[in-house]
Design a protein around this ligand. Structure first.
Ligand code: BEZ
Ligand code: FE
Length: 454
């Protein structure tokens, strides 16, 4: 009963004070104020007193401050002191005041109505604060929050100066974002600080703008967990994820294709193996595996066309069924991969087989993502190259078979027009007189490396 009287009092008093503050001084306004005061007085006679009254009685009784004005100044601060210990009461008061936070909302109401906000304006000396606080804790009395001398001194200091009570940091998404960003402020690595400070607000905004549900977020977490669980030395699900959402190609463009005169790069993919077998020029990297024979004849030059001798060229590709050797544990590998070097004219020739289109591994979460979005998992047919030479920037790229499948819808967004080349159909004698039964193919290409690397 007392609560409902009190909340009605808060509603009528705040409505009336707001109208008064806005210059509306009419019978309705005064009726609300008198009605509210009467209700509040009724409550006062039915309940015990706590910190607020104790402070006001001390300030009035011992320091001669005016009664009503002192109550007006102290109340928002006494409420702020108790807010954490009486959250439900504060919520109901805030509702009745029609504000987000009761103590600061009451402060604002007093300010709007032209009421007093600072004890110093009522005649209290700053040096009196300690004595008021001491008296307030002398005799214990019931109060929602524990009474401490320092706490009450802080309260009085804020009331003395007329400060607005701090609203508690409410858990809005924006507030959480601010807190997380602030938590990165001490990151010593400047670049890491910048990336995290930019990434987190984007992720938060994604959640907010899409009204992300708990179930959707959990699905995302499970997806990443499964990506981790299926990964191992030969299965790089996070690389696949990055590739299939085009992020690898974006980073690749940013990092590697800044020189218009150099050969465009293309994604590394998950099937490169460090330290491939060293092979001589003219070798067959397919080592007799089935497929259409392919003669590869490439040159490595600088952007000015000058040949680069002794460039280290790693090549790798899938077999005729679309598998890399690392995907076939029973295979006597390594095969369809190798490390070769350009000759004094910057030329390199070797045999292989014609690459065919193949699906990226799609039996894991990335495959589920492709299926859920109606996408196929195929890569356009290609041959991988990683080329390094002293004084030049390393080039990681691929050559795509002109006329091949999926050039327009490569699952990892790796195809670039300049990398689509003619793998010409041939028959008859081969350039190095190798005996080949039936038709074979040949590809020629010049890789132009940008200067400046190590
Ligand atoms: C690859 O070409 O080897 C590849 C690239 C990205 C994802 C999967 C495979
Ligand atoms: Fe590949």
């Amino acid at each position: 009963m007392v609560d409902s009287l009190a909340l009605d009092a808060v509603r009528r008093l705040s409505t009336g004070l707001r109208r008064l503050g806005d210059g509306t001084d009419d019978a309705t306004t005064r009726t609300d104020l008198l009605h509210g005061a009467w209700l509040a007085g009724t409550c006062l006679g039915a309940v015990g007193m706590s910190l607020h009254h104790k402070l006001c009685h001390t300030l009035g009784g011992s320091f001669d401050l005016p009664h009503a004005a002192t109550h007006t100044v102290v109340l928002p601060h006494a409420m702020a002191y108790n807010a954490a210990a009486a959250p439900e009461a504060m919520r109901r008061i805030a509702d009745a005041l029609d504000v987000a936070d009761a103590p600061s909302g009451l402060h604002d109401l007093i300010s709007r109505a032209g009421g007093p906000l600072a004890l110093r304006d009522l005649g209290l000396g700053e040096s009196d604060i300690a004595a008021v606080a001491r008296k307030a804790v002398e005799k214990p009395y019931p109060n929602p929050a524990a009474l401490t001398r320092e706490g009450i001194e802080d309260l009085l200091r804020a009331a003395w100066a007329g400060e607005r009570p701090q609203a508690p940091a409410s858990a809005t998404p924006g507030r959480i974002t601010e807190q997380v960003v602030a938590s990165f402020a001490g990151t010593p690595d400047v670049r890491l600080r910048r990336l995290l400070t930019d990434l987190v607000p984007r992720l938060h905004a994604f959640a907010v703008e899409n009204d992300l549900t708990q179930a959707e977020w959990q699905t995302g977490m499970d997806f990443l967990t499964r990506a981790g669980q299926i990964s191992n030395a030969g299965r790089q699900e996070f690389v696949l994820l990055s590739d299939t959402i085009g992020l690898s190609s974006v980073v690749d463009l940013l990092t590697n294709s800044r020189t218009p005169d150099s050969t465009p790069s293309a994604v590394l993919g998950p099937f490169y193996v460090e330290g491939p077998p060293e092979l001589d020029q003219g070798a067959d990297i397919a080592r007799g595996l089935a497929g259409t024979p392919l003669y590869v004849d490439v040159a490595v030059t600088g952007t000015d066309g000058s040949p680069i001798a002794d460039a280290v060229v790693d090549v790798w590709q899938s077999n005729d069924d679309g598998f890399y050797d690392v995907q076939l544990p029973d295979l006597d590998g390594p095969v369809l991969r190798g490390r070769l070097r350009t000759d004094t004219e910057g030329r390199l020739r070797f045999w292989s087989i014609l690459p065919c289109e193949y699906p990226i591994p799609d039996d894991g979460p990335v495959g589920s993502m492709l299926a859920a979005t109606g996408r196929h998992p195929y890569r356009a047919p290609h041959l991988h190259f990683m080329i390094g030479a002293t004084g030049y920037t390393q080039l990681i790229t691929q050559l795509f078979v002109q006329g091949g499948e999926y050039l327009d819808s490569d699952a990892v967004f790796g195809v670039k027009d300049d990398l689509i080349v003619d793998f010409a159909e041939r028959s008859g004698p081969t350039p190095d007189s190798r005996a080949v039964d039936g038709p074979w193919r040949s590809v020629e290409f010049t890789f132009r490396l940008a200067g400046g690397g190590e």
